[in-house]
Ligand binder design. Sequence first.
Ligand code: DAH
Length: 335
Amino acid sequence: MEEKILSIKNELISKLADCSKEADILNIKAEYVGKKSVIQELLTNLKDMSVDDKRKYGSLINNTKKEMEELVNKRLEEINNQVKISFDDSIDYNINVGSLHPVSILAKEVTDIMKKMGFTIVAGPEMESEYYNFEALNIPKDHPARDMQDTYYLDNNMLLRTQTSGVQVRAMEKYGAPLRVCVPGRVFRNEDLDANHENTFFQIEGMVIDKDISIENLMYLMQVILREVLKSNVNVRIRPGFFPFTEPSFEIDCSCTICGGKGCPTCKNSGWIEIIPGGMIHPNVLKAGGIDPNEYNGFAFGLGLTRLAMMKYKINDIRVLNSGDLRYLEQFKIK
Ligand code: DAH
């Protein structure tokens, strides 16, 4: 009797292992533990057995039946899970691995270069006060320089920053002198859009404050950055500029890589692109940051990151960068 019961159980185990469809398992369930199953028949026949045999086999048959039911249910569960997995596998998710935006790639490249030269990366708020964005930078309320940087004024008396330069005085206040910081960030302007102008773009501010800093230090750093990033022999020119927060001020232009300097809509037919404006920090700005201009001096610049991306990747229209057009932006996927 024991052997018979054991062999029924083993038969069930091997049949369960062989089948992988829910319907087949349900058939096996009916055959082995259902109302008309052999084990059920054995249970029914118990009544004809002697009291001793009843005691002996009753619990064995009952326990085995229970075990077999558990085996069947377990197998059903397994199959259901497998079904789910194969169902999931059958879906074409069309997984698209994202790519870094060209401006992000370049921000990392430039800040990596600057980090190696001892600069710390700091961030500032995109919603800025008039004080840090203008006044602390020696641009008082009615200064005409504000015209060039009209922006979005918010209801809470703040504005969307027009330049990363606002972080200059914030950094001075926080860290004091000497100081070497770079500030990559998004800035906003009320602009008429064209191939070369956007209302939202990116800059990297650079600032060095120490003793006896000279214009040569500024020129050297700008050259290193442009050489490393553009990795080609673009022509660079320096010309005088004007910014209320630097004295003297400069504009560094690079020859337009789109037209090779011949003139095109991107460079407004001049053959040149303004890429890094900068200069020696105005004493009033140092004072606003709590730094004594008689003890320290320094330089600052505001690299046009979006423009540099256009020059590096030969993008002839700035508007594609904010377009979200993946057909375009995916070209910069880092492999
Ligand atoms: N913030 C200026 C702009 O957006 C660029 C600039 C000019 C930054 C001179 C500087 C600087 O740090 O020294 O037009």
